[in-house]
Design a protein around this ligand. Structure first.
Ligand SMILES: Nc1ncnc2c1ncn2[C@@H]1O[C@H](COP(=O)(O)OP(=O)(O)OP(=O)(O)O)[C@@H](O)[C@H]1O
Ligand SMILES: [Mg+2]
Length: 178
């Protein structure tokens, strides 16, 4: 079955962990967008202020398009830049309540400002809003705050197989900002 799924979300929402298990369960290829960008030299530089890698999104988009075009099977792409690329049949945004996400971000060696920035992005649903711009109704969000990895994988499987469609707009973490 030719189908492409993108899994996106704020850093530390569990994209890589969940996608690895999901691709094993479904027996399909997983493409990690961050690795793809590095392997293909799409890193333009490092942002002076924030320390992020700046990625050439147009080049990434083109590469993602080539991979999708050359595949006849189910493909999963994971990464927080995936939803900026074209060609997916469905974009799944993993959402984690800021209170829970904070603990995961703090366990990494991120600066306080980077933690704050990611938490604000999650509270405001930035990934969902960006994905919606490109994908409209083909975007859905899953709140995985209270799910373990296995439970998250089960739920995403049902979404991939069109058994459920959670849509967007149900998840609201805005009160965290106030
Ligand atoms: N469902 C879960 N329950 C509890 N902890 C989880 C869950 N999913 C992932 N984690 C933990 O959260 C941390 C971040 O997970 P992971 O690296 O998969 O996130 P990510 O979204 O891929 O982050 P990044 O955008 O930085 O690549 C890891 O320590 C992982 O073990
Ligand atoms: Mg990851």
């Amino acid at each position: 079955m030719k189908k492409t799924i993108f899994i996106t979300g704020t850093p530390c929402t569990g994209k890589t962990t969940v996608s690895e298990k999901l691709s094993q369960k479904l027996g399909c290829r997983l493409i990690k967008i961050n690795d793809l960008a590095i392997e293909n030299d799409f890193v333009l530089g490092i942002d002076d202020e924030k320390g992020y890698k700046v990625i050439d999104i147009d080049a990434l988009d083109e590469k993602v398009g080539e991979i999708i075009k050359s595949s006849d099977e189910l493909l999963i792409f994971e990464g927080h830049l995936s939803h900026l690329c074209h060609g997916s049949d469905k974009v799944i945004v993993l959402r984690v309540r800021p209170e829970v996400l904070r603990l995961r971000l703090e366990a990494r060696d991120y600066s306080l400002s980077k933690i704050r920035e990611n938490l604000e992005a999650e509270a405001m649903g930035v990934c969902t809003a960006e994905a919606y711009e490109l994908y409209g109704e083909d975007v859905c969000e899953i709140d995985v705050s209270d799910l373990d990895v296995e439970e998250s994988v089960e739920l995403i499987c049902d979404v991939v197989e069109d058994k459920v469609n959670p849509g967007i707009g149900e998840i609201d973490y805005m009160s965290w900002l106030i």
